[in-house]
Design a protein around this ligand. Sequence first.
Ligand code: SAH
Ligand code: TYD
Length: 406
Amino acid sequence: MINCLICNSPIEPFIDFGSMPLGNGFLLPEQFNEEYRFPMQVSFCPACGMVQLLDQPDREQMFHENYAFFSGTSRYMAQHFKEFADHVIADYLTDDDPFVVEMGSNDGIMLQNFVTAGIRHLGIEPSKNVAQVAIDKGITTVTEFFDAPLARRIITEYGQADAFLAANVMCHIPYIHSIVEGISILLKPGGVVMFEDPYLGDVIEKISYDQIYDEHTFLFSVASIGHLFERYGMEIIDVEPQGTHGGSMRYVIAHKGTRAVSANVAAQRDIEYRLGLHLTETYDKFRRNCENSRDQLMKLLCELRAQGKRVVGYGATSKSTTITNYCGITPDLVEFISDTTPIKQGKFSPGAHIPVRPYESFVQDYPDYALLFAWNHKREIMKKEEAFRAAGGKWIVYVPQVEILD
Ligand code: SAH
Ligand code: TYD
């Protein structure tokens, strides 16, 4: 029997993706034989509503000095985090000489805005290669994993925080009880926690099952987050849906009773109820939707191969690792994946072993079709790639449904 990581109730898997490699585990041919894999199954806890992986690799396996995800690769995300920082500064930092802590600060994409505004800050980023980029920008960064013991050390050295921020990291952490406990002691009585992660409601509605991979221990909802933080004397005071990462939710949380609770919270909980996020049947239907999506994508790719068309993947995202491995996409279906991140180039995609090539390889010899693995950056990419379309190239997308874009 397996128990929920949040409330310890018994849980059962609703989907089994089989043996999966690391989403960001881009590798060289000499590493193929020793490639790490883990059984990827997902379950829903009917008692507290948390959707979660049943197994996960050790954190050091995922976050280390060769971590492949650099936040700054998307200009759109840089703008998004500037707006996030401006919102925090304008609406929540009211005390003199405020102190802001960010967990999972990566290359400093968010905190650089606090540096510019002259605000005291601390980034917490265990992946040393990405942290170094932030340190080089003048961002104060601790290269450790955040948890309750580190929170105590931060208080001793810097004092309590006015704002605790996190983006696309809270959902990565199976030892989340230690995180929330740490936040509850680090946060000043009138302080705020603001974090955003891919939203369960969007994943269910858009059938974006590629949000499920090793790093994403959890898919959060307002219901499950409310339940978790309540255990530590905190409450959600606002929710702000975001378009990033294919549909995310930003949660604004404070010590219970210290700030007014926005009507948005109850409204979003109503939406979740209408979506059936509290029902086991919803997840059974989601599994069937994933199977259909997989079958349709493979049918299309096999037809294109039979017609002798060239298909290239666009964006070696960690999400694409779930797609390529679950669907069984091999290099004879997708010739290579184009990606702008130097550390991924020249390597091969996890599990499926499709070559990852620099963006120039895409531009120099346009394929007939580009499979948009980085679909969450669709707006930015479509704008950038008008010439591909003008040259007769076509896009294949699979979220919210498998289709060729005209
Ligand atoms: N916030 C950035 C980066 C997200 S990737 C963005 O949204 O683009 C997740 C990051 O969290 C990685 O850089 C990883 O090293 C870091 N991380 C993982 N576990 C962590 C922990 N316990 N404490 C702090 N950072 C952590
Ligand atoms: P992203 O979707 O942010 O992350 P995840 O790994 O969490 O699924 O990753 C985007 C990837 O796509 C990243 O490796 C950079 C690449 N990319 C391009 O190659 N070109 C682009 O124009 C953009 C926006 C991203």
